[in-house]
Ligand binder design. Structure first.
Ligand code: NAG
Ligand code: NAG
Ligand code: NAG
Length: 523
């Protein structure tokens, strides 16, 4: 090749993309020659099912939210359709195939209605009638600079300034919740924003480049604040007209646990509400599960990348020794990701989804003079229409680790995302399944630049990479992602049916115990 043709060649092929180290290693570990080999293996993994799955555009136009944004700066999700992943995408007339990243909130309670859901069995009446007490719930779309309120996904009194709500005055969520009534089930009563008419005309939900949900409550002792896909919310709200609710994604930032194994002891007190990101997996937004698994069962701390520096600086801090610790970054029963919520104590929760993961903040307004929080514009009884990209950094050490006590003024929990390289390492310790195989293939497609219409691996997705980094991480320690379960040394007084009272509080009881012990010593 002459010098001239070399120059031409490099103009014609400006980026000769190659697999990263971890994705190349994945192929070696699995004995595959190329990403195409992996795609072929996935195509035969679900016998008889077309892979990628076949979308039903008619069904999507009926039920799915509009891929085109109405807020400038929000992402057009047309090309983010997930066609390799959760087996539900082959169900009932292709309505789930091509799921896009549009997510929205659900609030679940034990308020009396016809049946009683399993999360509400054995609950005392003080609890079913007194918790939660909600001021407002708000949803925001990131526009590249700010978070912008989405009126149709916000339950509170909406004005040009923002959203208001005050439970004690009967203003906001408690007065307006009937227009958000959704189908109850495992929780007796549920509220959510969903499309009563055609999907594209209904709520769009939160999409890339980032989103934010806020819940302000005078009491969130027991209940659930969680997220599902907007398509799923629409289908379930309509009573599953196509026979499915496309349950292919779920995030549970704050969830009471009595329904996890009804009748059995809860993992913590009844008023410890857990964060979980792995109740369902899509195959298009990889999740970590444990720190050890996320680091490929190796001893080196590699992922999430953003914690490499802090772990290198202080290698024995919690979360930095994946082979020695067993930390559930994804939350759940064995996890430590939980918030103890005291009775009639106001809390404001903010949940951000961005490229780095799910950031779950909790503030206790009583520690801020009664009204404000750490996020300018977010208050106990109102939130402004436009919010800056992030709150003031959390500095309280008790809030910079999971297992957050009821009296902690400010706290943040992170459920980390997986970059392409992290997804390949995470998947390398699993079989090639619809979940882990699809996650790895999407990672390779991204590294090779072969996603999108007409590309070789069209329909594979790592939705995390379509989100942006809103820079929530203020040089936080890895303990915001979790501790070891053995670090939870509290004594539970309220975790079996019959003991679910409305005044559970670990810290106060511990203090009381400590005080009486000190007295004994003095005596
Ligand atoms: C596509 O969806 C529509 C609406 O749900 C349904 O009537 C139709 O049968 C579906 N088409 C196929 C090929 O499954
Ligand atoms: C929902 O609305 C009803 C009727 O206004 C009210 O009685 C109930 O307390 C509300 N529930 C919540 C959780 O705000
Ligand atoms: C977790 O427990 C270990 C001992 O089991 C202790 O050394 C460590 O300080 C604890 N970490 C936190 C953050 O509580």
């Amino acid at each position: 090749m002459t010098f001239r043709s070399l120059v031409f060649a490099s103009l014609l092929y400006p980026t000769l993309a190659a697999l990263g180290e971890e994705c190349q290693r994945y192929l070696n570990v699995k004995g595959l020659n190329s990403p195409s080999d992996l795609a072929e293996q996935l195509a035969t993994a679900e016998a008889g099912q077309p892979t990628p799955c076949l979308e039903n555009v008619t069904a999507q136009n009926f039920y799915a939210p509009n891929p085109k944004p109405s807020i400038q700066g929000a992402t057009d999700t047309t090309n983010l359709n997930c066609r390799y992943g959760n087996p539900q995408m082959w169900q009932s007339c292709g309505v789930c195939c091509g799921l896009r990243p549009h997510f929205n909130w659900v609030v679940a309670t034990c308020e009396a209605s016809k049946g009683v859901g399993q999360f509400c069995w054995n609950m005392p009446s003080c609890l079913t009638s007194g918790s939660p007490k909600i001021n407002y719930v708000a949803a925001y779309q990131f526009d590249g600079t700010n978070f912008v309120l989405m009126d149709d996904s916000t339950a509170g009194e909406i004005s040009p300034e923002g959203v208001r709500g005050n439970f004690w005055r009967g203003v906001g969520f408690s007065a307006l919740n009937s227009s958000f009534q959704w189908s109850g089930g495992d929780w007796t009563t549920k509220y959510a924003p969903w499309a009563r008419g055609s999907g594209p005309d209904g709520p769009r939900g939160v999409t890339p480049p980032a989103g934010l949900w806020i819940l302000s409550a005078e009491n969130f002792y027991y209940g659930a604040f969680y997220m599902l896909s907007q398509l799923g919310l629409n289908l379930e709200g309509k009573g599953q007209p196509t026979g499915t609710n496309c349950w292919m994604w779920e995030l549970d930032p704050v969830e009471g646990t009595a329904g996890w194994s009804p009748g059995q002891p809860l993992p913590g007190n009844v008023n410890m509400d857990y964060s979980t990101e792995n109740a369902q997996a899509s195959g298009c937004m990889p999740i970590s599960y444990t720190s050890r698994q996320a680091n490929g069962l190796g001893s080196e701390f590699k992922f999430p990348e953003d914690f490499r520096a802090t772990c290198a600086a202080n290698p024995t801090q919690p979360g930095c020794q994946p082979s020695k610790e067993n930390i559930h970054w994804g939350g759940g029963r064995q996890g430590t990701q939980r918030f103890e919520n005291l009775w009639d104590e106001p809390y404001v929760f903010a949940v951000v989804v961005d490229a780095k993961g799910y950031w779950i903040y909790r503030w206790r307004p009583e520690a801020y003079g009664g009204h404000s929080t750490g996020w300018p514009g977010v208050n106990r009884h109102y939130a402004l229409r436009t919010l800056g990209p992030r709150p003031a950094p959390v500095t309280d050490v008790r809030g910079l680790k999971t297992d957050v006590k009821g009296d902690v003024p400010e706290a943040v929990i992170l459920q980390p995302s997986l970059s392409a390289e992290a997804a390949c390492l995470r998947s390398s310790v699993e079989q090639v399944t619809w979940q882990w195989g699809s996650d790895a293939l999407a990672a390779m497609a991204e590294e090779l630049g072969e996603t999108g219409p007409g590309a070789r691996f069209e329909g594979t997705q790592n939705w995390w990479s379509s989100f942006t980094d809103t820079q929530q991480n203020a040089n936080y320690p890895a303990s915001i992602m979790g501790l070891e379960a053995k670090n939870m040394t509290e004594t539970y007084h309220c975790n079996v049916p019959g003991s679910f009272s409305c005044d559970c509080a670990v810290e106060q009881r511990d203090q009381v115990l400590k005080a009486s012990k000190e007295e004994e010593v003095l005596v």
